[in-house]
Design a protein around this ligand. Sequence first.
Ligand code: EPU
Length: 337
Amino acid sequence: MHIQHNVDLAPFTTFGIHAVAESFVEVSTIEELRKAIAWAQAANTPFKVLGSGSNILVTDDVAGLIIRIRIMGRTSTVEASSATIHCGAGENWHSIVQWSVENGWGGLENLALIPGTVGAAPMQNIGAYGTEQSSCFVELQALDVTTGIVATVTKDECAFGYRESIFKRDLRHQMVITSVTYRLATAPVVNVSYRDVAEELHSCAVIEPQVADVFDAVVAIRQRKLPDPRVIGNAGSFFKNPVVDLDTYAQLVAAHPTMPSYAQADGTYKLAAAWLIDQCGWKGYRSGDAGVHDRQALVLVNHGNAVGSQLLELSMRIQHQVQDQFGVDLEREINVW
Ligand code: EPU
């Protein structure tokens, strides 16, 4: 375990924003993780946990210790109708999805190409194209920072919701995820309910889509619509899609009949934040190096040398205008450091 000091965080987040971490360490085992936490506790300095930095906006230099999780490893147990995979928190998410698809195991294919690590996936219950990671999730292991003990956390205990889990709330500073277990189907039924996916398969003349076809379709859609963080700094959707009650929905749809919306099981309606932001005219906006992507208004981008505070300020201007124009609050999806 090698603790470094005054480390530029730009290579460690997908926004690629320069900011200095007072101390920084990469851990590849649970024992190293324990030692890193103990180091911070002994130095009486705060610590923060980082995966591949794909859901974080750093707005200032960071005091204390950044612990970058590099705990790797993947195993599988195949039974008659399912394959159970167990993956280290530091594994790259997309590479796990690809490995599952190559083996013919279904369940994660709609989540192809989502930037990030396996350990970060349950934190915000990543989702795309009609699927969330919770649909295949079995359990995870996490280190309790107070006791140093690794405990199993069950699916129920994770309290998954739309981009939500207990790790964003009650257990935020208490547990560090070290590995995750998913159960996949060996005779999968694919989910092509999302319009973009169905259209992509149709345009490729795929009649009976298999897991690999859905994977290819999702990769193609994402490559077309979303900016590649290796080319242009971004952290995916900056805001969550807002959920409103029936009355609010009825008023909005009466005023804006083309507004996209998704009825929820509890009688509420999810609105498309991208559409609301787009209607306010932000798509493709740029001020210095901080901007809004020109193909997806929900994605804020760093064109090169933006600083975090510029992007945060831009996001607040967007929130205010959406509130003024539609009376809807946009909640940030990403974490701000
Ligand atoms: N739209 C616009 N303008 C735009 C972009 C989209 O009007 O600039 C409209 C679209 O026409 C569509 C609606 O907004 O009617 C929704 O757009 P899209 O299907 O692209 O999905 P999204 O709701 O913007 C969500 C997730 C994405 C995920 C996609 C696909 C959230 C916050 N975002 O985006 O997740 O990939 O659906 O499932 O739920 C992420 O979380 O970082 C992320 C990229």
